[in-house]
Design a protein around this ligand. Structure first.
Ligand code: NAD
Length: 508
């Protein structure tokens, strides 16, 4: 299939196009890989403090460029300047935390040599080589740069392929990187759609980090399997919010709708479905509708926006939201408030009378809709939350934090917040990722950087000594002696150890 030569920059709020970028031709992909492979040895040999010094220059530049960055993301995604600034805040926060902690995390570790007394053993965390980062459109900065910078800090060179939907932000990232000349040679931004992503995988990077949909995760893992390339996939979600019978119902409604509508619901860990204890249900629906009606929908390029919900960014997503809403309404769901659509804009919408036969309770909607379901008790809430193929994150509301924690542990997802929504993603030290169809990748936390390394191990020492286990176990005729060492070293009880010695002394 021919690759269209250009990706145009489309403002989803106004419908205007504001630029374009040539897609990277497929036949240039092997050359990019070759360049980054050559650069990888140079970069990996730089001491960690040197890499940090260079990355701090980027950190400085990112802070200086905040207005330029938010202006561009505002046009590219339709989100407010302040929401774009939150992307930058998350990015800089994680970079800062990683620069502080990486020297300790990445340093060579001494480990026990076990029975090999004469050896010293070490583990080194070395980079993979060339890392491919495939990123999505919903947070085109915060889901691209932290992954790229973690990989670079760990000593890899990186090829970033930003989403074709927000190609302008991809170009911005490229421009920013070029403004740090000491960093620019080690990161390459490649522009294009999934076909360019597939060509990059075929060119055999050493590690792949994808943030995207579950469907793409399957394709990427299959293609990577051909070359045995390790892959981390951070995929979609259908996160549940559970409001238990002792919750602060006002706070739950207020921050629940925020978690459902932030970024127009285009957040992998959005509140996508809500289960409320029957004793609080009516009050929760009333308050959620009240708070929903306070959300203003619209778009401005001003730094301070009166709007808290912008447009849907990807025209393809509009079709999905429309389909989920139509399916729910056809099966008996009722709109309490909202439900209007104006092109790419959907008004924040509260839906009730929903059930698990509906797409809106099963598949990722990625829009500003909040379907609410009444549940009998805690057990039913847990059962409903787990009746889903995704398992990314979730939120539990209860005045009893211990109870909420106990409930969270029974839900098949890997990141929870108690008495708030979605904010855990902004906490750099918490690893984030999923289970089930949400993939097994992680970002943030120590895991977010260590994934970009492989452990290399060393056992150092003199040639085996006479009483070294290495010498004893290799010499023929030592069956009883090795058996005695086994029992003495690892006997579970004193009696077992003593018996081993007795057996050995009787035989000799
Ligand atoms: P997508 O799967 O369409 O695309 C993601 C990236 O993969 C893009 O750069 C795309 O060009 C590339 N790609 C597509 N097909 C490819 C192929 N065959 N080979 C290689 N690369 C390919 O996802 P999207 O629509 O851009 O993003 C939205 C999705 O991302 C949602 O499902 C959302 O839940 C998910 N997401 C997950 C997280 C998380 O941390 N778990 C965070 C944000 C978004």
């Amino acid at each position: 299939m021919d690759i269209p030569p250009k990706l145009s920059f489309f403002n989803p709020a106004t419908g205007d196009t504001f630029g374009e970028i040539a897609m990277t031709p497929l036949d240039q992909v092997p050359k990019v890989m070759c360049d980054m492979r050559q650069a990888a040895t140079v970069w990996a040999n730089k001491p960690i403090q040197e890499r940090i010094r260079i990355l701090r220059q980027l950190q400085h530049l990112l802070i200086e460029s905040q207005d330029e960055i938010t202006a561009l993301i505002n046009q590219d995604c339709g989100k407010s300047r302040q929401d774009a600034l939150i992307e930058l805040l998350v990015t800089v926060d994680i970079l800062n935390e990683y620069c502080r902690r990486a020297p300790q995390w990445l340093r060579r570790e001494r480990v026990s040599s076990g029975l090999y007394f004469s050896k010293s053993c070490y583990v080194e965390h070395r980079p993979h080589g060339v890392v491919l980062v495939l990123s999505p459109w919903n947070y085109p900065l915060a889901l691209s740069l932290p992954q790229v910078l973690a990989a670079v800090l760990a000593g890899n060179t990186v090829i970033l392929k930003p989403s074709e939907v927000t190609a302008a932000t991809g170009v911005l990232i490229e421009t920013l990187l070029q403004r740090v000349p000491e960093l620019a040679p080690y990161i390459r931004v490649v522009h294009g759609d999934g076909r360019v992503g597939a060509a990059l995988i075929a060119a055999c990077p050493d590690y792949i980090h994808l943030t995207g949909s579950t469907a793409t995760g399957r394709k990427v893992m299959q293609a990577a399997a051909e070359h045995l390339i390790p892959v981390a996939c951070e995929l979609g979600g259908k996160d549940a919010m559970l409001v238990l019978d002792d919750a602060d119902v006002d706070a739950a409604a207020r921050w629940g709708v925020w978690g459902a509508y932030f970024n127009a619901g285009q957040t992998c860990m959005s509140v996508e479905r809500v289960y409320v204890a029957e004793s609080l249900y009516d009050e929760f629906v009333r308050l959620a509708s009240h708070y929903t009606e306070q959300f203003k929908m619209g778009y401005t390029t001003d730094l301070n926006s009166p709007f808290s919900v912008g447009p849907v960014t990807d025209p393809r997503q509009v079709k999905i939201i429309e389909r989920h809403l139509a399916d729910a309404l056809a099966k008996g769901a009722r709109i309490v408030t909202g439900g209007q659509q104006d092109g790419m804009f959907f008004s924040p919408t509260v839906l009730v009378d929903v059930d698990h036969s509906m797409l809106i309770m099963q598949d990722e909607t990625f829009g500003p809709l909040m379907p609410i379901m009444k549940v009998k008790d805690e057990a039913e809430a847990i059962r409903m939350a787990n009746d889903n193929s995704f398992g990314l994150a979730g939120s539990i509301w209860s005045r009893d934090v211990k109870r909420a924690e106990r409930v969270a542990k029974q839900i098949q997802a890997s990141s929870f917040i108690i008495n708030d929504t979605i904010a855990q993603f902004g906490i750099p030290m918490l690893p984030f990722g999923g289970v089930k169809d949400s993939g097994a990748g992680r970002t943030h936390g120590k895991e977010g950087i260590m994934q970009f390394t492989r452990p290399y191990s060393y056992a150092l020492g003199t040639p085996p000594l006479k009483w070294d286990i290495a010498t004893v176990a290799r010499k023929p005729g030592h069956y009883a002696l090795v058996g005695a060492i086994l029992g003495v070293a690892f006997g579970v009880t004193l009696h077992q150890r003593w018996k081993t010695i007795e057996k050995f002394t009787q035989k000799n």
